[in-house]
Design a protein around this ligand. Structure first.
Ligand SMILES: *[C@@H]1O[C@H](CO)[C@@H](O)[C@H](O)[C@H]1NC(C)=O
Ligand SMILES: *[C@@H]1O[C@H](CO)[C@@H](O)[C@H](O)[C@H]1NC(C)=O
Length: 192
């Protein structure tokens, strides 16, 4: 009997909630922030490495896997709206191709802007294969405007980076817009 009453009460509340809300009007989407006490202490870790994304040549680390019907993908216009690439990019200590590999970024990016402001949705798991964080990874899920300097969001991680949150400041130290090949310097800040 009690649970029956409780259920009816919840249903009544929901009904009120859905019917009594005021009609939708335009308003500012932001109306303020406030400081709250974080419930735990966190570790802050900073990492620095380079990501090599190579589309050209016969051993690419990034490959086109999908595009809208009829769309032409060609040199100089490699990311028309709706194209999707899968990548397995090496992460290295330095900017050179022969620099020591310390991990790999695996995932996919999709061209998600219909306008001239070319942006990707970048979604990748960066796993480290040596040193202190061998076997641990950070998960990136973010908008990626194709500009020289930008920021992407770190939304999680595995291993020593379990529950990580943070960001990566990216700086293109090499970019060939015709081919789409890039070397990105990554400054990672994460709390975990
Ligand atoms: C990284 O971890 C893997 C799996 O545990 C191990 O096989 C490999 O030898 C380690 N590599 C380094 C450089 O520590
Ligand atoms: C980009 O690649 C094209 C084709 O190989 C080449 O002609 C051009 O010089 C390259 N540009 C840069 C900045 O490396």
């Amino acid at each position: 009997m009690y649970t029956m009453k409780a259920t009816l009460f919840v249903l009544a509340c929901l009904l009120v909630l859905f019917t009594a809300t005021s009609p939708a009007v335009d308003s500012k989407y932001y109306s303020g922030s406030r400081t709250i006490k974080a419930p735990t202490t966190l570790r802050k870790t900073q990492l620095h490495f380079f990501l090599h994304d190579t589309i050209s040549g016969n051993n690419p680390s990034s490959v086109l896997i999908a595009k809208p019907k009829g769309t032409v993908v060609q040199q100089g216009d490699i990311n028309p709206f709706g194209t999707v690439y899968v990548f397995d990019d090496p992460l290295t200590e330095g900017p050179g191709m022969n620099s020591k590999v310390i991990g790999n970024a695996r995932g996919l990016y999709a061209s998600t802007s219909r306008g001239s402001d070319l942006t990707l949705l970048f979604n990748g798991d960066f796993e480290f294969t040596s040193g202190e964080f061998n076997g641990s990874s950070i998960s990136v899920f973010s908008r990626d405007p194709l500009v020289v300097s930008k920021e992407v969001a770190v939304v999680g991680g595995r291993g020593k980076f379990r529950m990580a949150q943070g960001f990566i400041l990216l700086n293109a130290v090499f970019f060939n817009a015709t081919l789409g090949d890039a070397i990105l310097e990554c400054h990672v800040t994460i709390f975990h």
